[in-house]
Design a protein around this ligand. Structure first.
Ligand SMILES: *Cc1c(COP(=O)(O)O)cnc(C)c1O
Length: 393
């Protein structure tokens, strides 16, 4: 078996050793419930407070604006459902985009069944929303805007600062799903006019099952989980202390290493883009060429099924993704690739590669070499490709 080359960091990341070590004592030695009175509880309480501070610092927020949740999906659900409810006295119109994560899209669809109206903004071929279209979509009854900071499939970074400005000029709340961006690119909630922000531990070398929702001070957002008074009464349930400690440490590490890591990943990303586009014919890069996450690559190879590509890469120990959802055996092309205007047959040939800090040039060159061979091999078996070559003559 080949050595594993893990290039699916948008799906999840490996927990870092520093983060794991920070968490370990809180599983057994320091097991106290931080809500208790005795001084033993103070030990976990202190660790939770410290983690909250680090989680906040990464986005320029105050510690008391951070609420720990069970992950990115919960944060998105909470933000949308609670904001919709809290501001329904003003109106019932929500604006989002067609390329959001399903945690946002399916929550919006649920809200539509509850009497809300949702506008799903188109994106251009690079995956960006149009600020003009956004302005035009705002109505007197619009209460909430939810646009992701960066897309999880094609890596495109949205014009968050401009969106925040428009939201505020129009008195509309702005939530952003920053799960892919948090710890990867600079975010500042005040500079960018963000009112609510979702992030997740396992997308930035932290543990799974822990996330945050940033809620700007003063917003009337109800609790999502009803019960005890944890998280200032807004998210009941005994604190997941090891998870919270891990999240805090991951945020702290991400802040310290972001510039260097992003620079390194960008070099490798651009090297692989350059090699694939110049050495393999009939391939396109999806997403914005420069306004993209430092670790994201997404290609469509014509005349090929993304799934076949993934299976052959897997045989070489390479973990990648097609970036498309595979539900109950039916292979639907990705809603993101369709939204950037790709026809079904091209969207099917997609490959998403997402790097980590550990990724090396050697691995990237190996992937480029093998990809070239695999694409050639799959095309040589493709009747579509054969027809294409014939018709070209
Ligand atoms: C992974 C992801 C989520 C969901 O986060 P979980 O912690 O896995 O629930 C939400 N939004 C985006 C953009 C993601 O990439």
């Amino acid at each position: 078996m080949n050595k594993r080359i893990y290039l699916d960091n948008a799906a999840t990341t490996q927990i870092s050793e520093e983060v794991l070590n920070e968490m370990l004592p809180f599983f057994r030695e320091i097991y106290s419930n931080p809500s208790a009175i005795y001084s033993f509880a103070g030990e976990s309480r202190k660790a939770v407070d410290c983690a909250r501070k680090h989680a906040a610092e990464l986005i320029g927020a105050a510690a008391e604006e951070i609420y720990f949740t069970g992950g990115g999906s919960e944060s998105d659900n909470w933000a949308l459902k609670a904001a919709a409810e809290a501001y329904s006295f003003k109106g019932k119109h929500i604006i989002t985009s067609k390329i959001e994560h399903h945690a946002v899209l399916h929550t919006c669809e649920y809200l539509e069944t509850q009497g809300y109206e949702v506008t799903y903004l188109d994106v251009n071929e690079a995956g960006k929303i149009s600020v003009e279209e956004l302005k035009a979509a705002i109505r007197p009854d619009t209460i909430l805007l939810s646009i992701m900071t960066a897309n999880n499939e094609i890596g495109t970074i949205e014009p968050v600062k401009e969106i925040g400005k428009i939201a505020h000029e129009n008195g509309v709340l702005f939530h952003t799903d920053a799960v892919q961006a948090y710890g990867h690119i600079p975010i500042h909630v005040d500079d960018m006019g963000i009112d609510m922000l979702s992030a997740s531990g396992h997308k930035c070398n932290g543990p799974k099952g822990i996330g945050i929702l940033y809620i700007r001070k003063g917003l009337k957002i109800r609790s999502f989980i009803h019960g005890g008074a944890q998280e200032r009464g807004r998210r009941a349930g005994t604190a997941n202390v090891p998870g919270i400690v891990g999240f805090g440490r991951a945020a702290q590490c991400a802040k310290e290493t972001m510039d260097e890591r992003a620079a390194k990943e960008t070099v490798l990303r651009d090297h692989l883009i350059e090699r694939v586009l110049s050495e393999i014919p009939y391939v396109r890069l999806n997403g914005h060429r420069t306004d993209r996450l430092p670790n994201n690559l997404n290609f469509c190879f014509r005349f090929i099924e993304g799934e076949s590509l993934l299976i052959l890469l897997d045989q070489l120990g390479i973990c990648a993704s097609s970036g498309s959802a595979c539900t109950s055996g039916a292979l639907d092309p990705s809603h993101v690739l369709l939204a950037i205007g790709l026809p079904h047959e091209i969207a099917h040939g997609s490959l998403r590669i997402t790097l980590s800090e550990e990724t090396t040039l050697e691995e990237i060159d190996f992937v480029a070499d093998e990809l070239k061979k695999i694409v050639e091999r799959l095309r040589s078996m493709s009747p579509l490709y054969e027809d294409f070559l014939k018709n070209r003559k």
